[in-house]
Design a protein around this ligand. Structure first.
Ligand code: NAD
Length: 367
């Protein structure tokens, strides 16, 4: 049985209030529209630091429990991502159940926008897997509580290139910590998922002289990206059989789990995917014991969030990139803290992120 199945069965059966899976989530909103076929769930984990901002993912989930679990895990991760990045934002996320290549229509996105609007700004949306700037344009026609809209409409555009830049910074910091140099020339990097973020990451990596192998479920993407950046394509069934120095998960989460860790040959895990550790405690520890340096996902993939935040606070692209570049130093600090305190890198990042939320809670209580 896979880790995910175990997590589902453990966490989503039984009562909602007080259960581990729903712990500390402020709100979960189920949105349904028969006409457009919309089935969406909006998760608001926390609004302590500000409105809950997080992208919308469209995915053909096997069942509803998978969708609920995903939105719960993703929205919680957003709270910590905003916190560790010093942004005045809470954590939220939305999932739309369906195949984005087949089921997505403008009408469906409009309807989703109306649901977002009904929350009055407690949740602000943006792009995630399966969703693009055109979709956000549709949402924008229904609500102001949306970011990541096209530059032509006064927005900051697709956040993915900035996310990729931040991941690249985090990866370089990991290389520095592990090998004493952040030069990635000649390093073998496996990029799993060459979508919006993955492709730009491939660009940075090939420019830095890394030897990149790519993997995706869509053959057309593999051919296009490998031709553009002259990369190898992984054609087997199990990417972990391949020789690699760095594993960059840029598809979906939970790929670092009890099954995959024992197979891993990499020395570093640094990628864009959210919730890479299937179970943050168990697999954070397993990775540490395997001698693999894990760059915490919510820390190094925060560039896109920093960029969309600029639509709210009006700072420019240059400032967003400067703040994203800081991910390098923060990642190094997290590694040092993890070494000093004998805790996993994920725990170290979580500790810093949670402290800011707890401090703010205290301020609000004492106000
Ligand atoms: P995307 O939809 O553009 O790309 C995802 C890619 O992964 C697609 O090409 C898809 O075919 C591929 N994929 C899906 N399942 C796969 C599998 N099992 N094996 C190999 N490839 C697979 O999404 P994106 O915007 O590039 O986001 C990628 C990841 O980064 C997601 O986990 C997302 O939550 C996370 N993330 C994205 C941003 C952003 O700015 N877009 C910000 C932070 C985190």
């Amino acid at each position: 049985m896979s880790d995910l199945k175990i997590l589902n069965e453990k966490s989503l059966s039984g009562p909602v209030f007080g259960s581990e899976a729903y712990k500390n989530h402020e709100q979960l909103v189920f949105c349904q529209d028969e006409e457009t076929g919309l089935k969406a769930i909006i998760g608001i984990h926390s609004t302590v630091l500000g409105p809950a901002l997080g992208g919308t993912r469209m995915w053909n989930y096997e069942n509803e429990a998978d969708a609920i679990r995903d939105v719960l895990r993703l929205s919680r991760g957003m709270t910590f991502k905003a916190s560790i990045s010093g942004l005045n934002l809470g954590g939220g996320k939305a999932v739309i159940i369906g195949d984005s290549r087949k089921d997505k229509t403008d009408a469906l996105m409009h309807k989703f926008g109306r649901f977002v609007n009904s929350l009055g700004g407690r949740y602000i949306t943006a792009e995630d897997v399966g969703i693009n700037t055109h979709d956000m344009e549709m949402v924008k026609m229904e609500t102001d509580h949306v970011t990541g809209i096209p530059e032509s409409m006064g927005g900051s555009g697709d956040p993915s290139p900035v996310t990729a830049y931040g991941v690249f910074m985090g990866m370089k910091a990991a290389a520095h910590h592990r090998w004493g140099s952040d030069n990635l020339e000649g390093k073998k990097v496996m990029v799993q998922g060459i979508g919006h973020v993955g492709e730009t990451l491939v660009k940075h990596l090939t420019e830095a002289g890394a030897r990149v192998t790519i993997n995706d479920i869509h053959e057309d993407r593999l051919i296009a990206v490998s031709e553009k950046y002259n990369t190898s394509i992984f054609k087997g069934h199990n990417i972990f059989e391949d020789d690699m120095d760095i594993y960059a998960p840029c598809a979906l989460g939970a790929t670092v789990n009890s099954v995959t860790i024992p197979m891993m040959k990499c020395e570093i895990i640094a990628g864009a995917a959210n919730n890479q550790l299937a179970d943050e405690r168990v697999h954070g520890q397993m990775v540490k014991e395997a001698g693999i340096l894990y760059a915490p996902d919510f820390l190094i993939n925060a560039g896109g969030l920093i960029n969309v935040y600029s639509e709210i606070v009006h700072y420019d692209r240059a400032e967003s990139l400067r703040r994203t570049e800081n991910i390098y130093d923060t990642t190094l600090d997290i590694f040092t803290m993890s070494d000093k305190e004998g805790i996993t890198t994920h725990e170290a990042a979580l500790k810093i992120a949670m402290k800011r939320v707890e401090d703010r809670k205290l301020e609000l209580t004492n106000a």
